[in-house]
Design a protein around this ligand. Structure first.
Ligand SMILES: Cc1cc2nc3c(=O)[nH]c(=O)nc-3n(C[C@H](O)[C@H](O)[C@H](O)COP(=O)(O)O)c2cc1C
Length: 217
């Protein structure tokens, strides 16, 4: 598959089919992630597979992950957002915990933080965080190539989860990735297709998200 097709195919999926994921496809996607650039040439990254149901429950508890079901409350909370974004939240909130527990695979991506990351004074202090997210992108594109999907969920406070998973102090959890084949045909949300509002000549001209159908595919 061409890279362009993988870009188009990748989408966030939160509800998975009851079909096991071949281990070699996970290994293949981790290999793909390792092609990503590392700011210090050390690739201080880890992909922790959480296999047992009990371990998953302990993990989601430690991260205080909940399904938010109350549609009226959700509608009020996201009333200020554009319709497309509101739709995403209405679909996502009710399965934030469930998808972690039910997905055929659950991977916790960890990385060694850079000194100063917790009190970043400039973008360069966030290099370790930036690099792991490049790796996550490569990982997701490789999954898409094989018809596998995920949902990127960065955690809230991680102290308890780090204890649970034996993650050293100077390492951090970047994201939780439930992975599987989609239960339903993945619906790609509108993404900008017209690059021109994003391209600036000489100086930054400001930002507003394109709205016409032609600009959002
Ligand atoms: C940094 C980051 C954090 C995200 N956090 C969450 C999250 O906590 N829960 C969730 O369900 N989706 C999360 N998402 C997924 C987005 O909702 C999704 O990528 C977006 O709606 C675009 O849809 P697409 O991925 O299908 O193109 C996150 C995505 C990114 C890049």
């Amino acid at each position: 598959m061409e890279l362009k097709q993988a870009f188009k195919k990748r989408a966030t999926v939160r509800i998975f089919a009851d079909r096991p994921v071949p281990e070699e496809l996970i290994t293949k996607s981790i290999k793909a992630a390792l092609h990503a650039p590392a700011y210090n040439h050390l690739w201080e990254w880890g992909f922790i597979r959480i296999n047992q149901a009990d371990d998953r429950l302990a993990l989601v508890d430690s991260l205080d992950l909940h399904d938010w079901w109350d549609r009226e409350k959700l509608r009020r909370a996201f009333a200020h957002l554009p319709q497309e974004a509101r739709k995403v939240y209405m679909g996502a909130c009710p399965v934030q915990r469930t998808m972690m527990v039910r997905a055929p695979e659950l991977i916790v991506v960890v990385y060694r933080t850079k000194r100063m990351e917790n009190s970043a004074r400039s973008p360069v202090d966030l290099n370790a965080h930036a690099a792991i997210w490049m790796a996550i992108s490569y990982f997701l594109l490789s999954l898409a190539e094989d018809g596998l999907f995920s949902c990127t969920v960065p955690p809230g406070p991680t102290a308890k989860a780090k204890d649970l998973l034996d993650i050293p102090n100077e390492w951090e959890i970047a994201v939780l990735l439930p992975i599987g084949y989609p239960r339903f045909t993945p619906k790609r949300h509108a993404h900008p297709t017209d690059p021109s509002p994003f391209i600036h000549e000489d100086k930054f001209r400001g930002f507003s998200l394109p709205t016409t159908e032609k600009q959002m595919g």
